[in-house]
Design a binder for this molecule. Structure first.
Ligand SMILES: [Zn+2]
Length: 388
C-alpha cells in the first residue's frame, strides 16, 4: 500500500459542454470546472498544458509555419513535385500517409508528423513545428516541459506514450498502480477526439462512448484506491468540439485574384482559419478584401495579443482570418470535406471550452488550460515533500 498517488488523466476534446450535457462521471468527480482553452489546435494546446506557457513562448501553434531565415526541410519538393503529377493520383490518402512516414524517418522526426493534404508544390514554403517528441525530456526546450520538471523533482512518475491506444495507456497505468511504486501519473488519451469529430451530433453514439470511457476510468480509480491511502484523481482536456454549422471555400477566393502563390503571397488553409504571409505588399489589400465577406474576421493585433499568438517574427502568418464557431474552411490543408465536429475556434465559443474534473476540491481552481501545468507542478512538489 502506498501513501499517495496523484493521477492526471488527459482526454483530448472532452469539452465542458459535453461533460455537462452528458453528466459525465458526476458521481466520482464532484469538482467540475469549465476552463478556457488556448486558441489553436491540439498542436498548440498540448504544448501549453505540458509547459504552462503560451504559444508565443513554447513556439507551437499550427503545424505548418514559415521559417524566418531558416530553410524548409521540404525544399527538395521544389524539384520533386513536377514528377509527382498528376496530383489526382499522388494526392491519394494512402500515398500521402506513406510519404509522411517516409519523411518522418528520413528526417528523424520524433514528434507527431503528418503532411495532411498540403499540396506538394507548397511544402517547400513551410517548416513543421512538431519535429520533436514534445513529451520527451527537453522536448520543448528551451522551455521546460512536464517530463523535465518531474525528472528534476526526483519523484517516481509515469507519462503515457502518446503513440499507444487509450486502452493500452490505461492498462499500463493500472499495472503500475498495482505495483505501488509510481506516485505521479499523466495518462494520455485521445480516443474521444476521434469519435467526437465524426459523431458530436449523435447523442446515442456519444453517450455510449462516454460510458465505455467512464467504466475504464472507474476501474482505474478503484485500483488506485485499493493500492494507495490517499488518491488525487483529475481529468482534464485541451478543448471541446464545435458542431458543424457551415463551410466556406477561402482558397477559391484567393485563387480568383490576379496574384500568385509563392510570388505575391503564401497561405495556409487550416480547418478553422486562413493564415497569410504577404510577399508582395500590394497583395495585402486585395487579399484582406477578398476574404472579408466570409463568416469570420481578420484578427486584430489586440486579439492576437490576448490569444497569445502575436508571434514577433510572424512565423505563423502576417494575418489570420478566423472563422465563426462551427464554420469550417473547405477545402483546407487537412481535408477536402467538412466533418461533423471541429475545434480551433475562438476560446470564447462555449463548445470550445475545456474541462477540469476532480475527485476533491483543489487549493486553487484552473482558469485556463496553461494552469493545468501549474497544478501538476504543485502536485509534484507536494509528493516530493511527503514520505512515500
Ligand atoms: Zn481533434
Amino acid at each position: 500500500m502506498q501513501n499517495h498517488v496523484k493521477i492526471f488523466l488527459f482526454s483530448d476534446a472532452l469539452g465542458y459542454e459535453i461533460v455537462r450535457r452528458y453528466n459525465f462521471m458526476a458521481d466520482e468527480f464532484p469538482v467540475r470546472i469549465p476552463v478556457r482553452t488556448q486558441f489553436g489546435y491540439s498542436s498548440t494546446c498540448v504544448p501549453t498544458i505540458l509547459t504552462g506557457e503560451p504559444p508565443t513562448r513554447h513556439g507551437h501553434f499550427s503545424f505548418f509555419y514559415r521559417p524566418r531565415g531558416g530553410k524548409s526541410p521540404f525544399s527538395f519538393f521544389r524539384f520533386l513535385h513536377p514528377f509527382l503529377h498528376p496530383s489526382v493520383v499522388f494526392d491519394n490518402h494512402r500515398i500521402r500517409h506513406r510519404l509522411s512516414v517516409f519523411l518522418q524517418r528520413r528526417f528523424g522526426f520524433t514528434g507527431y508528423f503528418n503532411i495532411y493534404r498540403v499540396p506538394y508544390a507548397r511544402l517547400p514554403y513551410f517548416d513543421y513545428c512538431e519535429k520533436q517528441d514534445i513529451f520527451a525530456l527537453n522536448g520543448l526546450a528551451p522551455v521546460k516541459n512536464l517530463r523535465d520538471i518531474l525528472t528534476e523533482a526526483g519523484i517516481p512518475f509515469h507519462i503515457s506514450d502518446w503513440h499507444l491506444s487509450d486502452d493500452r495507456n490505461i492498462g499500463i497505468a493500472r499495472k503500475l498502480l498495482e505495483e505501488e511504486r509510481t506516485e505521479f501519473f499523466f495518462i494520455y488519451t485521445a480516443g474521444l477526439d476521434g469519435m467526437l469529430h465524426f459523431h458530436v451530433n449523435q447523442p446515442d453514439v456519444v453517450a455510449a462512448a462516454l460510458d465505455a470511457f467512464a467504466s475504464k476510468i472507474r476501474t482505474l480509480l478503484q485500483t488506485a484506491r485499493a493500492h494507495s491511502r490517499d488518491v488525487d484523481f483529475c481529468i482534464f482536456s485541451d478543448h471541446g468540439m464545435t458542431p458543424l454549422k457551415g463551410s466556406v471555400d477561402l482558397k477559391s477566393k484567393l485563387e480568383a485574384l490576379p496574384l500568385r502563390f509563392g510570388h505575391d503571397y503564401v497561405a495556409c488553409y487550416d480547418s478553422t482559419m486562413l493564415r497569410v504571409w504577404f510577399l508582395n505588399p500590394d497583395a495585402r489589400g486585395p487579399i484582406l478584401d477578398a476574404v472579408s465577406g466570409a463568416p469570420g474576421h481578420w484578427l486584430t493585433q489586440d486579439e492576437k495579443t490576448v490569444l497569445h499568438v502575436n508571434f514577433s517574427d510572424a512565423s505563423y502568418g502576417d494575418e489570420i482570418f478566423l472563422l465563426d464557431p462551427g464554420i469550417q474552411v473547405v477545402p483546407c490543408d487537412m481535408g477536402a470535406k467538412p466533418i461533423p465536429g471541429m475545434h480551433g475556434f475562438s476560446p470564447d465559443d462555449p463548445d470550445s471550452t475545456a474541462c477540469f474534473l476532480s475527485v476533491r476540491p483543489l487549493p486553487e481552481n484552473p482558469h485556463e488550460i496553461a494552469d493545468f501545468f501549474r497544478l501538476m507542478k504543485h502536485a509534484a512538489a507536494e509528493l516530493k515533500s511527503q514520505p512515500a
